[in-house]
Design a protein around this ligand. Structure first.
Ligand code: SAM
Length: 296
């Protein structure tokens, strides 16, 4: 067989195994060796590392990971790729392939079973249709991983690293930056994939924080504050926060904004993560006081 990144190999696999690309599973395979090198370099995969991969496809990235890492576990949803992976990467004795949907897998249990107390690096060329749900699953569920090095749609990567006051800044930026320290590893053009997608990609690295960057009274109130502030982007904070999931009255919202010195007519898109934390703490106090009053 030719190199795994060669379109000829993909054609050979399609003929031998009757494999067809599934658009709905986000199957765009890497056909550029440099991209693989840049992912491995960006992820700094060494012989001490254990790796969890999502969506090995025909195994291009998997193969390189097995050559660099101590152990690799790859989760692939598509049953028709399992025999293909047997031929392309089955010879690696440090690889385990799990034929499952990552979103329906008890990943914490899988990590415990395969890696014990070690935190793997999550490395993947993610399917576009579930990029954000997969990233949020790992962060919100606090699945024990040290970093995520993932290839995602360029626009999503830009949103993740964006700062306050920019067009790309939104709830995704604040929430991902709360859990991790993000950085761009490399840009990848659409021509590096087969079939060629309609969008360009970016490899992003998210280093999971050991400790949160802000002190919160109530994490749920913090997330709801962000959701409300960006949910109605064109509204002022006063209007957005008093008509959203937090269920605050106008008076309560005015009180919270005044306590932290944020003008009522400001918009959420200019607040830093520290300002969101202060505001959420003021809201948590007001809500706590109201709940206390209700109970008496
Ligand atoms: N890693 C390969 C590469 O870079 O060439 C393939 C990447 S392709 C963008 C995404 C892969 O994820 C496909 O193999 C697809 O079948 C798989 N996939 C899609 N949804 C999945 C899910 N929910 N759970 C696990 N794998 C999934």
């Amino acid at each position: 067989m030719d190199r795994l990144t060669s379109p000829r190999t993909i054609k050979y696999i399609m003929e031998k195994y009757g494999f067809h690309f599934s658009k709905s599973l986000g199957q765009n395979f890497i056909i550029d060796d440099h991209v693989i090198e840049r992912i491995i370099d960006g992820a700094e995969v060494g012989g001490e590392d254990v790796v969890l991969e999502i969506g090995p496809g025909i195994g291009v990235l998997t193969n390189a990971l097995c050559e660099s890492a101590q152990k690799v576990v790859s989760i692939e949803i598509d049953k028709s790729l399992i025999p293909v992976l047997g031929e392309t990467v089955g010879h690696h004795d440090n690889l385990k392939i799990v034929n499952q949907d990552v979103l329906k897998t008890d990943v914490k249990a899988l990590i415990k079973e395969e890696f014990g107390d070690r935190k793997p690096k999550l490395i993947a060329n993610l399917p576009y249709y579930v990029t954000t749900p997969i990233i949020m699953l790992f962060l919100e569920e606090r699945i024990p991983i040290s970093d995520l090095i993932v290839m995602i749609q360029k626009e999503v990567a830009d949103r993740i690293v964006a700062g306050p006051g920019t067009k790309a800044y939104g709830a995704l930026s604040v929430v991902v930056q709360y859990f991790t320290e993000p950085s761009i590893v490399t840009r990848v053009s659409r021509g590096s994939f087969m079939p060629m997608p309609n969008v360009d990609s970016t490899v992003i690295r998210l280093n999971v924080r050991e400790n949160p960057p802000v002190t919160l009274l109530d994490e749920e109130v913090f997330f709801l504050t962000i959701k409300d502030a960006f949910g109605k982007r064109r509204k002022t904070l006063l209007n957005a926060l008093s008509s959203g999931f937090l269920k605050l009255t106008k008076e309560q919202t005015k009180l919270a904004l005044a306590e932290v010195g944020i003008p009522e007519n400001m918009r959420g898109e200019v607040l830093t993560i520290d300002e969101f934390a202060s505001l959420a703490n003021a809201i948590a106090k007001i809500k706590g006081a109201t709940n206390g009053a209700d109970n008496t």
